[in-house]
Structures are given as C-alpha cells and as structure tokens.
Design a binder for this molecule. Structure first.
Ligand code: F6P
Length: 410
C-alpha cells in the first residue's frame, strides 16, 4: 500500500451514467468533498462514459461551489457503453484508456446502476483501471446485499441512492390522484417506472393504491382474468366507487389479439446496453377495464415525475454515508469495490459504521424478494411496508370521511 496518501494532490474523476436520479448531485458533492479532504484534485467527467471518448469532456470540481440538494446531475448523463454492443459494435475502450493518460486520472468513481458499473467493473478487470463503483438507480434493482431485519427474518434487500426520493415522489403522486379517481368514480391505472423490478411501485401502495402489479409475476391469460374479476369486485365494494391500480412498467400482460404475454414497449429501439424503452401498459389495462367491465377507467403515467426534483433527506444522508465508505476504499487503495449499506435502517440511524463494500464482480440485478409481495391479492405484504417505513416514515391515510344525509323528496 502506498504511504503518505494524504495530501498527495492526486486526481480523482467522477462520472454519472444511465437514467438520472434526484440523488446524483448529492452523491457527486459528498464524494467530491471527502476526496478533497484526502488531497485529491477532483474532476467531473461529463455525459457518462461519453466524456472519456475522443478529446474528452472533463471539468474541474475542486473547490467549486456545489448544490447537492438540486436533483439530477450537473455532470449530465448518457447511456454510452464503452464496450462493443449491438447498437454500436465499435470498441471504444482504447479511447477511454488514452483519456485516463491525457487527463492524468488516478482513480475513477463511476456513479451508476448495473450498466454503468458493469462497464466500470469490466474496465477494472480487463484493463486494471482503478475504479470505485457508487450505486444509484430509482429502480432499486442493483444488488447491494442490504439486510432488512423483519421479525425473525433476514431479508436480502436492496438500497440504492435515488430510490428513496423517487419512492416518495410515487407515494405523493398516488395520494393526489386519489381525489380525482373518487370525484369521477373512476378506476385510475397508474404506471410507475422500475424496468424489470417492482421496488419502486411500492410507493403507490404506500400512497393508498388498492391493487398493485409488479414485473416479477407475469399476467398470463388466467391471471389476467382473475385480476379483472378482482378489479370489478373491489370497485363495487369500494366506498367511493373508485379504485387505484398501480402497475410497474415492466409487467408482462396477456394480449387478446396476439395471444402472447409480453411487456408493452414505448420503443423497441435498443440503447447501447441492449434495453428497449418500456411504457404504455397502463393504457392497455385501462381500456380493457373500460371495455370488458364497463367501468370508466383512465391511465396516468407517473413517469419522470418520480425521477426528477430535489434530493430528499433520506437520500441526502444515504449518499453522505456511502461517500464516507469511499474514503475508506481510497485510503486502502481498495479498487473494484462498491460501497453499500449493510442493514436497512431509518433515517437517523444512517451512519458510516453500517456500510460495507462489495466486490464489483458481484454486482447485478436483483428483483423484489418473494416475501414482499402477495401474488394472490395483488398487494405488498407487511414485510415490504416495514421496509418502506424505514424510508417514508408513518403512513398517512387521507380520506374524505363524511357521509352526508340523503334528502328525500317531499
Ligand atoms: O433505469 C431508470 C429508468 O428510469 C427506468 O425506470 C426506465 O425504464 C428508464 O430509466 C427510462 O429511461 P429513459 O430516460 O431513457 O427514458
């Protein structure tokens, strides 16, 4: 291990890749501040991996003012993949290596999900580039091995910066939509991002959605007809003759015309990591409810509302806590690692001693654990409400609880 690491004035670069989150600027600021204390010059690579191609696009963050509460990423982001892909078969790794030399970058912190950090991991493994991964995704599907203690259970959960703020946004939007659903005695079908995992749509359940569909369980022909029966029954039994259904964008749905069960695509064009764009399932479900059940239904996509806006407090503290662990990794020159939260805790208990680091070779996607969802009732189990309670605090139930007396005509 190199001695006298402190105040050597070395160079650390940070990049953000993939979809933005409300916690990216907070992550950049927290990492930047701590790296500076260790004596690093801190650079920002703009537009993800794209900023290390060609002549490079690099800015100096050292001693600059920074607003970590402002959502999104001031470094900008992209879904650029340095490795050859179907969409772009060119291998751009040599350009990345060249820019490491040209900008004299000693360590790279890549803030990203499975795609961005997967590329960082490959660069570390194949080219020996010193990287530290930093988790982020509103989908919360990047494995962090965070243990959620629930009763006697130790559930392997996930905790990625960006998800707590987005979860709160989804909850708030669902709470709002309820009043419109009730006013028109409608079924509202809310579509929530999350790709192939059902973590994020949990925010809707916290915000009083009645039925939830997650991508981990496909809606084949028989499950779909069972679901539609449930919708009718619940709607008729509901006090206000209204219902909120929350559906994750990646749910596979049986289509009567094609007789196939598949996701609904907003666009089948693939990005450089091979992902198509999902979107539109809420419209399909709403029209089936209207046509088959004769109940007025509307679709509403929560979409980018969840991903945008300011960094909420849980994320602010989570990013600082994980950045503390980055200091540890830098001091040990322990690269190819990603800091993670060890145990699921509430906001006041987010502290550095509760962090660990995992080998980036172990990162990958993690779906919602089975124990969190009730497949027959189309709802989350208490275990997942407990998980979300750590982030969102007590649930507030908002209802208009007045029954006006009926006036009989004389
Ligand atoms: O991975 C984050 C995410 O927001 C997904 O939930 C969603 O499917 C996707 O990104 C949308 O990406 P884009 O910004 O390219 O529309």
């Amino acid at each position: 291990m190199r001695e006298h690491k402190l105040y050597q004035g070395k160079t650390l670069a940070i990049l953000t890749g993939g979809g933005d989150t409300p916690a990216l600027n907070s992550s950049i600021e927290s990492i930047r501040n701590r790296a500076q204390l260790l004596g690093y010059n801190v650079y920002g690579v703009r537009h993800g991996w794209r900023g290390l191609l060609g002549d490079g696009d690099v800015v100096d963050l050292t001693n600059q003012p920074y607003d970590g509460y402002y959502g999104g990423t001031a470094l900008r982001s992209s879904r650029t993949n340095p490795f050859p892909s179907k969409k772009n078969p060119e291998n751009r790794v040599p350009q990345i290596l060249k820019n490491f030399e040209r900008y004299k970058i000693d360590v790279l912190v890549s803030i990203g999900g499975d795609d961005t950090n997967g590329a960082a991991k490959r660069l570390y493994e194949t080219e020996g580039i010193p990287v530290i991964g930093f988790p982020k995704t509103i989908d919360n599907d990047l494995r962090t091995r965070t243990i959620h203690h629930y009763g006697n259970l130790e559930i392997e959960a996930v905790m990625c910066p960006g998800y707590p703020s987005a979860l709160k946004g989804v909850m708030e939007m669902t709470q709002r939509i309820k009043t419109t659903a009730e006013s028109h005695s409608r079924v509202m079908v809310l579509e929530v991002m999350g790709r192939d995992a059902g973590w994020l749509v949990g925010g809707s359940a916290y915000g009083q959605a009645d039925l939830i569909l997650i991508p981990e369980y496909e809606m084949d022909k028989s499950r779909k007809s069972f679901f539609l029966e449930q919708v009718k029954e619940k709607y008729l039994r509901s006090k206000n003759k209204s219902l909120i259904i929350a559906v994750s964008e990646g749910v596979k749905w049986y289509m009567d015309d094609t007789e196939k069960t598949d996701v609904v695509y907003a666009s089948t064009e693939l990005d450089e990591y091979g992902h198509p764009r999902l979107g539109g399932i809420s419209g399909v479900i709403a029209s089936e409810i209207s046509n088959k059940l004769g109940i007025e239904a509307r679709a509403q996509s929560i979409g980018y509302f969840a991903r945008s806006g300011e960094c909420r407090l849980y994320d602010r503290k989570l990013t600082s806590t994980l950045a503390d662990k980055v200091v540890d990794l830098l001091l040990r020159e322990d690269y190819g690692k990603m800091p993670v939260l060890k145990n699921m805790v509430r906001y006041p208990e987010l502290e550095e001693f509760n962090t660990d680091s995992i080998d980036m070779g172990n990162i990958g996607n993690q779906p919602l654990p089975e124990v969190y969802y009730d497949i027959d009732e189309f709802r989350f189990n208490d275990a997942y409400y407990d998980f979300m309670h750590h982030i969102l605090g007590d649930r507030s139930f908002r209802d208009f609880n007045v029954d006006f007396p009926t006036v009989l005509a004389q």
